[in-house]
Design a protein around this ligand. Sequence first.
Ligand code: NAP
Length: 260
Amino acid sequence: MELGLTNKHVLVTGGSGGIGQSIVKLLHQEGAKISLHYNKSEDKANQIRDQLDSSNLVLIKGDLEKETDIKRIFQEAIDNFGRVDCLVANAGIWAPMPTLTDKMNIDRWEKTLNVNLTGVFLCVREFFRNLLSSKEETASIVLIGSTAGQFGEAGYADYSATKAALMYGLTKTWKNEIITYSSLGRVNCVAPGWVFTEMAEKSLREEGKMERIFQTMPLKKIAQVEDVASIVGFLLSEKAAGHISGETIMVHGGMEGRVL
Ligand SMILES: NC(=O)c1ccc[n+]([C@@H]2O[C@H](COP(=O)([O-])OP(=O)(O)OC[C@H]3O[C@@H](n4cnc5c(N)ncnc54)[C@H](OP(=O)(O)O)[C@@H]3O)[C@@H](O)[C@H]2O)c1
């Protein structure tokens, strides 16, 4: 099914990462105009640009911990392709080491909140401001949550707090606010379980890890990035999901929880 995203301008944060790249490729196939945001992975961003070789793609660098960068990212996106019609707030961090709360220092807590929560808040704020300047009725946001937000994750109080905030409080709040700016605007969230990307790969390769994860999953497989990207594309699409707003779709193979 064609998603009807041709010529829609979509800004994807963290487009240089594993899931972000897959979202960008899907949007490219659908004929969207893409502002691909990245931060440190310039090589990866350049590789995607070379692969797709499209005048419908621009790369925009910026650190989501900095408010001024986020304002500039949106300004550059608008300067290139006009109104940003859709935002995929995909960039996020997950510390490489699990750390119980009594040992978690404030730097780690604050960094995760800065990128995963405040960074998303500031992106959504700029996105809403950009909607104010047009009278178009449609607009769409997809946030990226995690099973850590649904089930919690021992050793990751920081990460699970940010993802729960996106999946519950903010998806529901913003779906009620977006209609102030675009009467048919929608906000949804996609929450993956384990996905094969650089972020998760090392942890997934630990001995016995997958067997443990599979104990609470009927589908004994780890998601590929395309499993997540296709649901993001579906939710962005007015044609496919025009009457869905305020929902979090879990992409976790039917996971029921954690083995304790
Ligand atoms: N992989 C999983 O198993 C999994 C499961 C559930 C949810 N998720 C969520 O899915 C999303 C994408 O994850 P992924 O697996 O694709 O991770 P990834 O490959 O590590 O990519 C993370 C992306 O976030 C960007 N980023 C990190 N810190 C940033 C900052 N300060 N400013 C701007 N951008 C920043 C990175 O940009 P640069 O590399 O250019 O610096 C990169 O593009 C995240 O929100 C993650 O929490 C992942």
